[in-house]
Ligand binder design. Structure first.
Ligand code: CA
Length: 364
């Protein structure tokens, strides 16, 4: 909107013009949604989490409840926890084939399908949760996500963000690059590839296996999420050093639908799912922040918080650029999505540095 139009619209006459415009749009939209109003729809949704798993598991249950409430009981989404209908990490394939209608999971799990998906999940040392949401909504991220998921017959929505994750639990301190050589660490995604370039051995382990592997020394270190969920896993009992994060600044969760099922839903039901998914996303992010803050206040005197030495971080930055560059050469989707992500990162960084980062620095 040009300045003159904005000033005009701010006057009483302009405002009433805008209002009458809104009413017309509203009427049209109500008319179109009446077509499917009242039609009962049942959908199956599988998750990658155990039943009632804190934050993610309870979040998706609330989402289904909200869909039922907001639709006057016509949109009934039945949530199945992991391994009931399909194993935790087969929900993507099951929704793609139509075996289930939808799933709630983490986007970074699917980089084997298309490496570009790891960018929608989150990139080390790049966008935080808030920034990821803005990139999705205003920086072109969501359009690219829908486009690349359509090739797999899927239609995604943001289904939560974890906020900043911690760097993980280590049995030994990392004092130099040499300490990374041969280090067996559970770290999925791009972060694991970066450490591999620096001589570490990333190990893929499902959540349930991490504690025993770390306790028995089968691995030397493991990342998981943050203070709240990490403490529940019992990591403080078996690894003394808790490192600050670098690999997951704000990972995105998803609530994704089989595309044919999505396209057949009424506009009303689609709108309810979009609104309830956004509500869940915001609340999951808030709940992570609150519970991590509480858990950290109890943990801070019991564990040693560490930061990787600057020389190690410098090497990580170089290795990360190498991983991103090489993948972009191999996969055109990765290249396009990375460009959009990096363009927004550079644009927003300048603004965030003088605003959010400034406030965080000056408050005491
Ligand atoms: Ca993690």
């Amino acid at each position: 909107m040009k300045r003159r139009d904005f000033m005009q619209a701010s006057l009483v006459g302009g405002a009433s013009l805008m209002l009458s415009g809104c009413r017309r749009d509203e009427k049209e939209s109500i008319k179109s949604t009446n077509i499917n109003r009242g039609k009962k729809t049942k959908l199956t949704l599988a998750t990658s989490w155990p039943a009632n798993f804190p934050i993610m598991g309870t979040g998706i249950e609330s989402f289904a409840k909200r869909c039922l409430e907001l639709s006057g009981g016509t949109l009934d989404i039945k949530v199945y926890s992991k391994d009931v209908l399909v194993p935790a990490l087969q929900v993507f394939d099951a929704a793609s084939s139509g075996q289930i209608d939808a799933f709630h999971s983490g986007v970074y799990y699917w980089k084997g399908k298309n490496s570009a998906f790891s960018i929608f999940g989150g990139v080390p040392l790049r966008l935080t949760s808030d920034e990821m949401m803005t990139w999705m909504d205003f920086g072109g991220g969501y359009e690219l996500w829908k486009e690349t998921y359509a090739k797999f017959n899927l239609y995604p929505h943001i289904g939560g963000t974890t906020g900043p994750q911690m760097g993980g639990w280590f049995k030994k301190e990392i004092k130099s690059l040499d300490d990374l050589k041969g280090l067996k660490i559970r770290m999925p995604g791009i972060g694991g590839e970066v450490l591999q370039r620096l001589g570490a051995t990333p190990v893929l382990l499902a959540a349930a296996e991490i504690y025993t592997a770390l306790e028995r020394g089968l691995i030397d270190a493991s990342e998981w999420v943050g203070p709240f969920l990490d403490n529940m896993m019992g990591f403080p009992k078996i690894a003394p050093y808790y490192y600050k994060g670098w690999h997951e600044p704000g990972s995105i969760l998803e609530v994704t639908f089989n595309k044919q099922k999505w396209d057949k839903l009424s506009i009303e039901h689609q709108g309810i799912i979009e609104a309830a998914a956004r509500e869940m996303s915001v609340k999951i992010n808030e709940e992570f922040r609150y519970k991590n803050a509480l858990a950290y206040s109890e943990l801070e005197d019991k564990v040693e918080i560490k930061e990787l030495p600057s020389k190690v971080m410098d090497a990580i930055k170089i290795a990360l650029n190498g991983v991103l560059h090489d993948e972009a050469e191999k996969n055109i989707d990765f290249k396009r999505v990375l460009k959009s992500h990096e363009d927004f990162y550079r644009l927003n960084k300048k603004w965030d540095d003088i605003s959010t980062k400034h406030f965080l620095n000056i408050r005491s």
